[in-house]
Design a protein around this ligand. Structure first.
Ligand SMILES: NC(=O)c1ccc[n+]([C@@H]2O[C@H](COP(=O)([O-])OP(=O)(O)OC[C@H]3O[C@@H](n4cnc5c(N)ncnc54)[C@H](O)[C@@H]3O)[C@@H](O)[C@H]2O)c1
Length: 343
């Protein structure tokens, strides 16, 4: 049986030392890798806590998606060599999804893999990016095209970190929470953001990922909204946020589900309203043709034909012969994009 990735919920990590206990079993020196914004907020307190028990190196990089590159990965690796972090050391990613993805990828290949821990500090990272082991970097060709499956050995979630998060970042996380509601658990659609909701999201993702760790079937449902979403992000030059793109993508992919005869019109309407009520816009961030071009390069595209996760109803994705990934003609995709823009 595969070992379950461990997630510990712990409030007030900056003040308590309890959470250090499980880390003692993993390593006695840690590289704490974060971004400058997160470091300014929580870095000194968290470093001080870790130093109660361990030798600690800190690496703090520029915040934002622009840092999720092969070049940045190499720079971090060089710094780790300079510090002398060996195979008996471990790496902690503290930050949002960018840090979790980038640092997880560093941990996956540094000395052929060292233990990796994550302390997610954005809502998006707490409900999504820190779970499931997908780590990687972006290239000019698109998002997350170079990477690995390397789950964190331990993830520590403290909802207190979210108190400093700007509204726009909370909204990014909200999009992924709505996604879990739409593909799996409609009850989540009505819940307030709190620790209990975050736990439910982690449970859903863990359950799906454990069933299909390498994304050969059911795990693909977690990509609902992401085929259109990723293409919108890329076509906007990453100006458009991940959450806004996924929210828009979910409505577009619900439209495709309806046009192909799966999802009822009323349910398409409900999804559209939920996304709108949460504060997202349905206007395209770039011309439809430009978005189409990026979609043809999507990882799920085969022979340049984009594939989509479709819904049968709210709470149930269409299995499509167990692949959960349905090819759709360019004509219909373009129609969906133009429909979105007209809403
Ligand atoms: N691996 C996965 O399964 C997975 C899933 C979803 C998304 N992702 C990836 O996650 C990334 C997006 O993650 P994100 O939205 O967390 O972005 P992010 O890591 O860029 O964080 C967003 C911003 O919030 C700041 N920040 C972080 N914590 C803060 C806090 N507590 N208070 C104030 N500011 C804080 C960061 O410095 C950054 O400027 C994308 O690269 C996406 O591809 C990965």
């Amino acid at each position: 049986m595969r070992e379950r990735s461990k997630i510990i919920f712990h409030r007030g990590m900056q003040r308590s030392s309890e959470w250090l206990e499980p880390l003692k079993k993993i390593a006695d020196q840690y590289a704490l890798i974060t971004d400058q914004t997160v470091y300014a907020l929580f870095g000194p307190a968290m470093k001080k806590k870790l130093e109660e028990c361990f030798k600690v190196f800190v690496i703090s990089i520029a915040p934002g998606e622009e840092s999720k590159t092969r070049e940045q990965k190499a720079t971090i690796e060089d710094q780790l060599f300079k510090f002398g972090l060996g195979r008996d050391g471990a790496i902690i990613a503290m930050g949002g999804g960018v840090i979790c993805d980038l640092v997880g990828f560093v941990a996956a290949t540094y000395c052929r893999g060292v233990p990796f821990l994550s302390i997610p500090t954005t809502l998006l990272a707490q409900v999504d990016a820190c779970i499931g082991g997908k780590v990687g970097v972006n290239t000019e060709q698109g998002k997350n095209l170079i990477g690995a499956f390397y789950p964190a050995q331990l993830t520590l979630i403290d909802v207190d970190f979210l108190s400093t998060l700007p509204r726009s970042e909370l909204l990014n996380g909200r999009a992924e929470i709505l996604k879990y509601g739409v593909i799996d658990s409609p009850a989540l659609l009505q819940m307030e953001v709190n620790e209990s909701l975050i736990k439910s999201c982690c449970e859903i993702k863990l359950r799906i990922v454990e069933e299909d760790p390498h994304e050969r079937g059911v795990r693909r449902i977690l990509n609902f909204g992401h085929t259109i979403g990723h293409a919108c992000e890329a076509a906007s030059g990453y100006f458009f946020s991940h959450g806004a793109a996924v929210a828009l993508g979910m409505v577009g992919e619900a439209y495709l589900s309806h046009q192909l005869g799966f999802l009822k019109k009323e349910e398409l309407g409900i999804i559209k309203e939920i996304i709108r009520d949460a504060g997202f816009s349905l206007a395209l961030p770039a011309p439809a043709d430009q978005i189409m071009k990026f979609m043809q390069r999507d990882k799920k595209a085969q022979k340049q034909q984009p594939h989509f996760v479709l819904l049968e109803r709210i709470g149930k994705a269409h299995a499509f012969e167990g692949s959960y990934c349905t090819p759709i003609s360019s004509h219909l995709i373009k129609e969906a994009l133009l429909w979105l823009d007209s809403q």
